[in-house]
Design a protein around this ligand. Sequence first.
Ligand code: 3PG
Length: 210
Amino acid sequence: MDALDLMRIGPVIPVIVIDDLAHAVPLARALVAGGVRVLEVTLRTRVALDAVRAIDREVEDAIVGVGTISRAEHFQQAVDAGARFGVSPGLTNELIDAAQANKLPLLPGVMTPSDVIAARAAGFFALKLFPAQQAGGIGMLKALSGPFPDVTFCPTGGVTAASAPGYLALPNVGCVGGSWLTPQTAVNAGEWGKISALAREASRLREIVA
Ligand code: 3PG
């Protein structure tokens, strides 16, 4: 499965921050119950890799990846934890080499035309536009579609349930990413039903666009 395949599984990739390892499995189960299977666990907390390991082992239908990859060593750590893909906020030669060495599908972040040119030259055609809203949002993606018709984007950063349908309607958008499916207050309170409901709404976003 490559990054483009991942982008086609569902309309939204949730960007997840896990502070408490005990939340990892019930949170992933809640998202999967709502129809969201591709899960990005960010490397922003000390339990992130253990959370990936637990989700990979215990939540059968989840396809769990590691986000916020910003150093070469993160790839090996992600693979060791059972991650099926990686997401990075940007792309450097060091990250390109590490992604290829570890054979981990990577959704790399870009924000400028030069970033897109460099990513394509390295063989990446499925790209995360980050931070999407701040980079120009829908207008930016329309502008990028002219010079880069062969690129599919996953805009992430500042995308909401309200703005997601507008992004998903664009032909060069495969899916969107965002943290709105996993509000920290709901996670900390163990409100898994609420998270399933948010996931259910998110998994239907393509129907709204159609
Ligand atoms: C992030 O880096 O946290 C992601 O881009 C999610 O951004 P969001 O919180 O604006 O959805």
